[in-house]
Design a protein around this ligand. Structure first.
Ligand code: CO
Length: 133
């Protein structure tokens, strides 16, 4: 079951500059900020109603977000659907033969997360997340 859009991920070259716009100019609340070293990414989550904006700055050029920036530049990176059961959802998608990036959920800034392959979802990178309190 998918509950809602948890967040929209945006790839940026500088988290500080992006925060100047999304937090300071727009006035969105900065809800969480973290560096996820194994993903090579510095991330910030800003609350927007029941959903969030996730800003992603690569910590190294060979990370997934670093390569994305090189190929496409800054902009929309992924959309994240919230589910109460990321394990069950991922298993069900596997059974249906959906192409995946992650075979198992892992820890991300939004909770336990996984990514589907963009080929599966018409060119849009889709993340699933079950938030952890
Ligand atoms: Co995300």
């Amino acid at each position: 079951m998918i509950d809602k859009i948890h967040h929209i991920g945006i790839a940026v070259r500088s988290l500080d500059e992006a925060l100047e716009f999304y937090r300071d100019t727009f006035g969105l609340h900065l809800h969480a900020q973290d560096t996820i070293e194994d993903q090579g990414v510095k991330a910030a989550l800003l609350t927007i109603g029941q959903s969030e904006i996730e800003l992603l700055e690569p910590t190294r050029p060979d990370s997934a977000v670093g390569r994305f920036l090189e190929r496409k530049g800054e902009g929309l990176h992924h959309i994240c659907f919230q589910t109460p059961d990321v394990d069950g959802e991922l298993e069900a998608l596997k059974q249906k033969g959906v192409e995946l990036v992650d075979q198992h959920p892992r820890r991300g800034i939004a909770g336990m997360i996984c990514f589907l392959h963009p080929k599966a979802s018409k060119g849009v990178l889709v993340e699933l997340a079950t938030p952890i309190d």
